[in-house]
Design a protein around this ligand. Sequence first.
Ligand SMILES: O=P(O)(O)OC[C@@H](O)[C@@H](O)c1c[nH]c2ccccc12
Length: 274
Amino acid sequence: MTVLDDIIAGVREDLEVRRSAVPLEELKLRAEAAPAALDAYAALGGTAEPRTELKVISEVKRKSPSKGELASITDPAELARRYEQGGAAVISVLTEQRRFNGSLDDFDAVRAAVEIPLLRKDFTVDEYQIWEARAHGADLVLLIVAALDDAALRSFLKLTESLGMNALVETHTAEEIERAVAVGARIIGVNVRNLKTLDVDRSVFASLVGNIPPEAVIVAESGVRDADDVAHYAAHGANAVLVGEALVIGNQPEQAIADFSTAGAAAIAERLKG
Ligand SMILES: O=P(O)(O)OC[C@@H](O)[C@@H](O)c1c[nH]c2ccccc12
């Protein structure tokens, strides 16, 4: 059993508890009553021609299976406000409980505090979670290709888009990118952390990015320690980076986001020249 399998088993159990508390029919009513989703594809620069900016997706992340406790984050809304003020394009809120110590309560607190698009970051394995994301005001959901077969990936993406949201479709291999492209993913993430082993290998991004078509927004996920790492991803074609640990362990997230944006834009300018 891989780490991913183990996490998903827990996610399914927790999901059944919520499903018995709030049936899908009730959730659908809540989703219909929620304000319309914001355009995360545009917020990530997808419509810009050329894409000259490096967008930062800033993550509210307390804990992870690879690193254990990262930060207590007693006030996720306050952290999210700092991310927004620092210039984050999107905020990611982990809602997985067992391994990441996240929750939908965290998500709600952040939703009430900021106006930029929000990613409900969880291991999506059931349509219920997509309705739930929308009911809580999410603009984006995470679809991890390694966790889904083609039929599920296709139907989850379709449902997500039919609810006005976007999906960040996460990949880690050339084959997963091919599957993401085949179902029509418009925002494709390359996670340099292998979710089956938790190993981080930053070189994975540069080796795989060439497989992603130019219409897709390309997100480099994980392993950003500093502005140099952002410049590296941007130089190889990232339009956005997803950053958790570096922002939650530092005490100047606004400054870090500004530095990442500047370093990324400079690397993109170089790439567009050459
Ligand atoms: O903390 P980091 O190394 O900056 O990584 C952030 C993000 O990429 C990572 O949290 C992540 C990427 N994909 C995921 C899927 C599930 C849970 C977490 C993740």
